[in-house]
Design a protein around this ligand. Structure first.
Ligand code: COA
Length: 199
């Protein structure tokens, strides 16, 4: 897998004095580390009800303060672990148009992590996330010492379910009416992928 890692010397703040990573995707997009300067792009793309409706943890409206806190949390993890738990999806101009990463690690089961991702609405339906997930899961199993990735998807989120299935995730169960969101009870689809199943 293509993976270039180089020490950054140009960033001013301690938080951004981080190792950098870039993983090319097939379609002129790329995955790379997040920076505090991505906060405006986060607000531009995440302050959208279409993203809020399909995710559990992305509020609407979405503010710059929330973006900065979210980015800082991952910068702190990188400082602590010297590993990237979150990668941004960037277009050919290196603008952030999405993100993919893993959530909080479970100390009792450090071989397992929850996968999460989102993409700016204007890029939907072009195969970007299918490719981003493909590259990220290879990275995660190789670099983050994981043996299992899992995620939960709202029943109606057919695009996300298809992205996972195309990348080999198996449907492991359905949690009926597990989520209460915006006045509705929603079935949650649990998907998992083992390192040994990676294609
Ligand atoms: C879900 C999401 C990540 C999909 O990303 P994407 O880049 O548009 O997906 P792709 O273009 O790679 O499409 C993958 C497959 O899903 C299908 N698909 C995409 N959107 C779909 C939709 N709304 N309904 C049905 N199928 C859909 C595509 O046709 C494709 O299948 P195919 O190759 O068999 O034709 C994106 O819509 C998104 O960010 N949504 C908001 C956040 C979110 O839902 N995150 C995941 C939470 S679990």
């Amino acid at each position: 897998m293509p993976c270039s890692i180089a020490r950054s010397v140009n960033h001013a703040s301690k938080a951004e004095l981080q190792t950098m990573i870039t993983l090319p995707l097939e379609n002129s997009f790329s995955l790379s580390n997040v920076q505090l300067s991505d906060a405006d792009a986060c607000v531009e793309h995440l302050n959208n009800p279409l993203i809020h409706q399909t995710t559990e943890n992305i509020p609407y409206p979405y503010t710059k303060q929330q973006a900065l806190q979210w980015i800082q949390r991952y910068l702190d993890i990188t400082d602590r672990c010297r590993k990237f738990h979150l990668l941004t999806i960037r277009d050919s101009q290196a603008q952030m148009v999405g993100a993919i990463g893993i959530g909080e690690m479970d100390e009792r089961n450090p071989h397992v992590a929850e996968l999460g991702y989102w993409l700016a609405v204007s890029y939907w339906g072009q195969g970007v996330m299918t490719e981003a997930v493909r590259v990220f899961i290879h990275y995660a199993f190789a670099e983050l010492e994981l043996y299992r990735l899992w995620t939960r998807v709202f029943e109606f989120n057919l695009g996300s379910r298809r992205v996972l299935e195309k990348n080999g995730f198996k449907l492991e169960g359905i949690q009926r009416q597990h989520v209460y969101c915006d006045g509705k009870l929603i079935d949650d689809y649990l998907y998992g992928l083992l390192k040994s199943e990676l294609r």
